[in-house]
Design a binder for this molecule. Structure first.
Ligand SMILES: NC(=O)C1=CN([C@@H]2O[C@H](COP(=O)(O)OP(=O)(O)OC[C@H]3O[C@@H](n4cnc5c(N)ncnc54)[C@H](O)[C@@H]3O)[C@@H](O)[C@H]2O)C=CC1
Ligand SMILES: CC(C)CC(=O)C(=O)O
Length: 366
């Protein structure tokens, strides 16, 4: 498909290709929608098989951020970056400084943060070139690594989903299959272990698996076997599109609740989960803890305030389950409805003219 045709299909605002030969930077910044405010979303560094795959990932992730930020009640739009490369091999300081300068050039339309493959240290480098970066080190007055707060949000959202499926939000004694035990899932496992859940984990990196086995007495399985585990809850915490025609029929769990972005390969896979009576916690709602945390930096970071807001994901999930039941729709549709309604209402409320620095009246006074 032609790129403009693809952008028009889901009404993307802007795509920026960034290239810097000296550092090896090849990045794609996608701004999906800025109805609610500047686009905020992380930068993912991944060794994509092709440029098409990288663009498609950036597009899907950026749109997900529009819905995530809207559903979380943030005054932020949706955007995301993908940096093409192997995060364990190809990073250098110049790359992130070059990336920071591209962000600065967008003059606040896009604000970056961490995602898979990028770290607080990378954000600190970007911060040398632009203010439009969050998840910077606490030493700079920022919020640092968003993963623990994302994990906490998944934990409370998972409890709400358990209440919906099992009639109780107590996770002790529940078997939880966790796919990917990286930054978010490690902290999630810690909460779950503390509550007395039994953990079954997998990862493509053996060191990550070993850490979870050692620290939380988790059982390890092969990456391909995680879908077949006899679990109460399946928690996808790696990459997207893992809920699909091949995997859904294999799931034994009654709940799907994890941190991965874009878990449904296609929307119809949300319908498939619904038809099988599986309670699906919509990914962009349950995994909003990180963005809620970094967005708090924009007001001057306060950890207690941010955590209180993240705790609210329990009620937000419950609200989604209620809407889904009331309207007889799958949960992913209920989440979309809430996010779209908020965007529409805010858009209408902001229809009246307000002068700003770019308006001709302001320019004429100078
Ligand atoms: N870090 C954050 O605060 C947030 C992260 N997310 C999403 O949560 C997911 C995890 O993020 P992080 O923990 O930050 O990333 P991470 O890179 O630290 O962890 C992901 C883990 O998944 C593993 N993995 C990749 N493919 C796999 C596969 N096929 N099978 C098993 N394991 C596999 C990786 O080896 C890695 O250990 C991503 O989808 C991310 O976009 C969403 C919201 C916020
Ligand atoms: C990692 C977050 C701070 C933002 C983001 O990109 C996300 O929630 O996916």
């Amino acid at each position: 498909m032609e790129v403009f045709q693809r952008l028009e299909q889901e009404d993307y605002e802007q795509v920026i290709y960034c290239q810097d030969r000296a550092s090896g930077l090849k990045a794609i910044i996608v701004i999906h929608d800025t109805t609610l405010g500047p686009a905020l979303g992380g930068a993912r560094m991944w060794n994509y098989a092709s440029e098409e795959e990288a663009l498609e990932d950036a597009l899907r992730l950026a749109k997900g951020m529009t819905y995530k930020n809207a559903a979380a009640g943030l005054n932020l739009g949706g955007g995301k970056t993908v940096i093409i490369g192997d995060a364990r091999r190809d990073k250098n300081e110049e790359m992130f400084r070059a990336y920071g300068r591209y962000i600065q050039g967008l003059n606040g339309r896009y604000i970056t943060a961490e995602d898979v493959g990028t770290t607080v240290e990378d954000m600190d480098i970007i911060y040398q070139e632009t203010d439009y970066v969050t998840g910077v080190s606490p030493a700079f007055g920022s919020s640092g690594n968003p993963s623990p707060m994302t994990a906490y949000g998944i934990y409370v959202g998972m409890k709400a989903a358990a209440k919906e499926a099992f009639g109780s939000d107590d996770l002790s004694g529940k078997t939880i299959a966790v796919q990917g035990v990286g930054n978010v899932a490690y902290h999630l496992c810690s909460h779950l272990h503390e509550e007395g859940a039994k953990l079954v984990v997998t990862d493509i990196h053996q060191d990550a698996v070993e850490r979870a086995v050692q620290d939380f007495q988790a059982e390890a399985v092969d990456p391909n076997d995680i879908y077949d585990v006899n679990a109460d809850i399946f928690s996808p915490c790696a990459l997207g599109a893992i809920l699909n025609d091949e995997t859904i029929p294999r799931l034994k769990a009654k709940v799907v609740a994890g941190s991965a972005n874009n878990q449904l390969k296609e929307n119809r896979h949300g319908d498939m989960l619904h038809e099988r009576g599986i309670v699906y916690a919509p990914d962009y709602v349950i995994n909003a803890g990180g963005v809620i945390n970094v967005a708090d930096e924009l007001h001057g970071y306060n950890k207690e305030r941010a955590k209180k807001k993240v705790s609210g994901l329990y009620d937000r999930m419950t609200q989604i389950f209620e809407v889904a039941k009331r309207d007889g729709i799958p949960t992913h549709q209920a989440a979309d409805r809430l996010a779209e309604e908020r965007m529409e209402k805010v858009k209408n409320a902001r229809n009246t003219f307000l002068q700003n620095e770019h308006h001709i009246l302001s320019r004429r006074r100078k």
